[in-house]
Write a protein that binds this ligand. Sequence first.
Ligand code: SF4
Length: 426
Amino acid sequence: MQPSEIPYLLYSDDKGNIFEDTSLLAIGRSGTRQEILSASDFIELPEGSDFFHLPGRRAIGFDPKTNNFRECEKGWAVAAFVAPAYTLTHHAAWNTEPNAPRLPLYAYAAIGWINDKFYTTAFRIDPDIRQDCNQFNQFYVEKNAKRMLKANPANRLLKHLSHCALVYFCPAARNYFMNRWEAPLPTSPSCNSRCVGCISYQPKDHWITSTQNRITFIPTPEEIAEIAVEHLNTAPNPVVSFGQGCEGEPLLVWETLRDAIKLIRTKTHKGIINLNTNASKPEAIEELCKAGLQSIRVSMNSVQEQHYLKYYNPTNYTFADLMESMRIAKKYKIWISINYFVFPGYTDEAGEVAALKKLISEFDISMIQWRNFNIDPEWYSEIVPLPADTHPIGIKNLVDQIQKEFPKLYHGYFNPGEEIINRYLK
Ligand code: SF4
């Protein structure tokens, strides 16, 4: 629901208690620009979203009396970490004080308050309910995990996934233990990228911690197949996905994936086998397609080589390798998603938009997953400076434009199951 008028700005005290400042209206940030918003830019804060109080940062709002932007001196800035399936359109706006700590790896959306409700700047991009927080009952996740571990104590991957579901509350691992939808198959302890905002490994000099730790072993094809076959055979709309937040790059252990896929497909033909990847090894992608891989999701902060390289810091591959991997995937007619890290001011900047349209046309991409970029916006702007004459067109406007120009392209947030893939790929 949209608010009837522009919400008031929020601020917090040192304890994280949140208050509205009725002298200031909430505004948004796109890149380095502050933007006055209208009521239609906001939606009610979706259930499952988190609030962040931003230490060392003063919120900026719009003062309708003076018609100016003004800093709120009453407390600290507040932002929303919007629930999965929603794409943010504006970051919160603030001034950062000297020596303020770097913000952890989350996405910081603008947020406001009006008529006793919280509102944020986002829109639902995926109708799929698989990660809606009202879908989870941790009691059953725990009960099923204990029962499955007792029945199969030798499977190390099962033990790893139970840790993900019970400690990190990973929605994919919890769906596995609820026997439904998409299940994770992490396999790789190492990576050949050095993403600045890596969620599974952060060097000390970045002054932030990774949101989860990497798997420490390579499961056997048998351990993987044991989990995947059961899930594909019994879960509704089943997908099993290599390439999770708790591992490095799965292509570094592609032979294990190949043997696991072959083993799985000797036992069941149900569901979708997907690979979330940095697509750095085209020759490995070819072998996995031959083995029966049906879908790949290529992660990118930008579809422009210069921006990609500054963030991914590849150790032994090139941007051209990603393109070649997508070319091969197309040759085998499998589903290709772009896991597109949405950053207002960058993703909708003219140069990026033109490059995105070129990529969609050239590789006949199947889907764009418009996922919020989990990184401190000011840190990212230091690493990947915005071009001087940037003219962002707005994230919502960008998605609408792409939908119009590429009607066959699917839009969402999650790896689709058989029904959607068969409908779009035929
Ligand atoms: S590709 Fe994934 S695992 Fe590798 S550095 Fe980047 S975020 Fe981390």
